[in-house]
Ligand binder design. Structure first.
Ligand SMILES: Nc1ncnc2c1ncn2[C@@H]1O[C@H](COP(=O)(O)OP(=O)(O)OP(=O)(O)O)[C@@H](O)[C@H]1O
Length: 268
């Protein structure tokens, strides 16, 4: 899948390519800019009316430059951890790789279909866990027969308390929701699996289980990207870590080294 590239290629030239491995995600001088309308102005009816009278269609617009020229190549079989302080651009990068945010400049190229598994992944709160499994599997492109075949495996993996699978998801704790989301996403082999904080709320036993499943997914599929604030999860799960600071690449390499440098700099 290719996402708009509107400028001469330059930044990726600086990235070293490993000719022995197969690239699966290429991020080339990526810039992501959010447009925020109405920031700074009063968001009430009077100011909207005043805009109408002044024939100004839109409230003031400000831009947030969240990713500022990021370039790297991820290879088949890699598990890449993305770390950085709050607001550094981790979730934005995942969304851009998933194709959910258009690049302002530069591009993201993936070999195969990326799937984003986030804390806010679109499960329906008013539907039962059971219905969400079916909908989730169908939404991931599985056939009804495949969905039926995988159903029990998903329920077992999520390991919810007895009977909860028949309850609406709004009755689940955040940890239970995260477990079910992960279990649904992990039921399928993904070309590129993007995980945003989904493992944060699981307990220790579930983390071990998910780590094992991520390893399997890496073998079966393309690459796994993981955003997590818990550095131990990243260290245990990933074989490469990218540290983003204010939307820019700060460090990229061995998990132990990058995390040690991050802890030393940020004190986290
Ligand atoms: N929908 C949005 N509209 C405008 N600005 C946004 C939006 N989402 C994120 N931002 C801004 O983009 C920047 C990067 O945010 P992002 O959520 O990617 O950071 P993050 O590293 O994932 O943060 P955290 O660790 O807190 O989850 C921040 O300055 C944030 O305020």
């Amino acid at each position: 899948m290719a996402v708009a590239d509107t400028r001469p290629r330059k930044a990726l030239d600086a990235v070293e390519l490993d000719p022995r491995r197969e690239p699966i995600v290429v991020v080339d001088d990526l810039h992501i800019v959010y447009r925020v309308y109405g920031a700074g102005g009063k968001g009430n009816a009077a100011s909207a009316f005043s805009r109408v009278l002044r024939r100004k269609h839109r409230p003031t617009m400000t831009e947030v430059h969240a990713i500022k020229g990021l370039s790297f190549v991820a290879y088949r079989g890699e598990a890449v951890g993305i770390i950085g302080t709050n607001g550094s651009g981790k979730s934005t990068l995942l969304k851009a790789i998933a194709g959910l945010l258009p690049p302002h400049r530069g591009g993201v190229y993936t070999d195969g279909q990326p799937s984003l598994l986030g804390v806010n992944a679109a499960l329906m709160k008013d539907l039962t866990g059971e219905r969400n499994i079916v909908l989730g599997c169908l939404a991931m492109g599985m056939s009804p027969a495949e969905t039926r075949a995988k159903y029990k495996e998903i329920v077992d993996f999520a390991g919810l308390k007895e009977g909860f699978i028949q309850y609406p998801m709004r009755t689940y704790s955040s940890g239970m929701g995260a477990r079910l989301r992960f279990a649904i996403a992990a039921a399928k082999t993904h070309d590129v699996l993007l995980i945003d904080e989904a493992l944060a709320t699981g307990d220790a036993k579930f983390k071990v289980k998910s780590k094992r499943r991520i390893e399997e997914l890496r073998k079966e599929a393309g690459a796994v990207f993981l955003v997590a604030h818990q550095l131990d999860v990243v260290k245990e799960t990933c074989d490469r870590v990218i540290w983003i600071d204010e939307g820019r690449m700060h460090m990229d390499g061995d998990p132990e080294e990058v995390i040690a440098a991050y802890v030393e700099t940020t004190g986290k």
